[in-house]
Ligand binder design. Sequence first.
Ligand code: NAD
Length: 480
Amino acid sequence: MTATLEPGRMLIGGRWVEAANAGTFPVTDPATGRVLATVADADTADALLALDAAVDAAAGWAATPARTRAEILRRAFDLIMDRQDDYARLISAEMGKPGAEAQGEVAYGAEFLRWYSEEACRIAGRVQPDPEGRGTVVVTPRPVGPCLLITPWNFPLAMATRKIGPALAAGCTMVVKPAEATPLTTLALADLLTEAGLPAGVVNVITTTRAQPVVAALLEDPRLRKISFTGSTTVGRSLIAQAGQHVLRTSMELGGNAPFLVFDDADLDAAVEGAMTAKFRNTGQACTAANRFLVHHSVAAEFTRRVAERVEALRLGPASDPESSMGPLIDDRAVRGVDALVQDAVARGAQVVTGGTPTPGPGSFYPPTVLTEVDPASSLVRREIFGPVLAITPFQTDAEALTLANDTEYGLAAYVFTRDMARIQTLMGGLQVGMVGINTGLISNAAAPFGGLKQSGNGKEGGIEGVSEYLSSTYTLIAS
Ligand code: NAD
């Protein structure tokens, strides 16, 4: 797809360079363990060179007309869509998701470039008369400055474009650090942005196995002005603390523990369809994945029967097999983690309806699993499962359902299946989450503000809100 996915190189200051110590690391296919490529293994010195480049490019990019920035973003969108099959194959290869899901990610990920190409020219300040009659208040937006963007492995394209798109629209330069498991898509994207006309040094990509020291070195440098992080709440907490040192702006898109509520009046066909998407998309490895199925006791048996029938029809396999409808987990460690959560739930009385035992290798596969009668004290109810396990807990009353739904430190997403408008209105206000899907299992949308409450993070990505994460403002009072 690109001439520049050269072994062992990353993009710094418009040049494809090796790590200063010439180190590299392999990127593998989680479905087979096969090595796909080797990439540069950056150290702190490389990270600081990338920041130098972002700092050098900052004034020029901030002064570039919004229309020019918009047109580069739009060209990048068009280029990705021209090559959507190539991008889908790359995502499947390094992350494992089946072809149809990878195509879906390409469309979703590219949309952030188109959306922010449209937003770039709409960034506005304001002018207002001073209420005391002293003059005129002028509010001027400005880019926050050089940013560090850190992404996870579960959506290698979309998590990158969801940050890069608004940052470019706002006039910021950046250092991007993709996850160690999936750096290839980000490298390809950086190459494509160059082809779309992005000047050298505006987007710099560092790939590394040493995330902690490399990121710490950047956060210790006062020239960095912002960090936007998507990943686990544990790492996010530590980065927020480090960001305090130089009072950085932070956007944190962290973990989730989404409740999926099915009420007695729900359209069960729609609820089952929604459950399949909200639970099994990306093999359950999504921050918005439904983690806890709270089902009214009167429909719990029927919901379980129907969902188990659908789950048993899923076909586990590598993306290279067009018949596969569910891919592997990201690595063997993830398989062991999901297995431990299932064993803990079973030890606390959960019933296994289907699945429940890791699939022998090769590849990091865990079968789609349905559990019922899950004790709310089980670890998989308290923690993010990040795997294909659908855990059902029955409830009796609306009040009980809402209490259980909110009984978590997380507050990212929730799903509700009911036809009762009054109940919907109560839940829209009562659920302590940043995003709610009513009678749908898919809520991601480039036009909407994606983000969590509580320990699921701060800040929004997408929508008109997304670009404000990369903007600050200066207020001027002009005396009359
Ligand atoms: P992770 O926190 O382990 O890693 C995320 C990124 O941080 C990677 O690039 C990694 O290399 C880097 N990193 C890891 N340790 C670090 C450290 N000590 N210092 C600096 N950087 C470090 O998360 P993951 O396993 O890649 O992704 C899964 C997590 O991401 C889940 O918790 C999921 O819910 C969350 N997620 C959230 C959203 C959202 O929008 N809220 C979206 C996708 C994923």
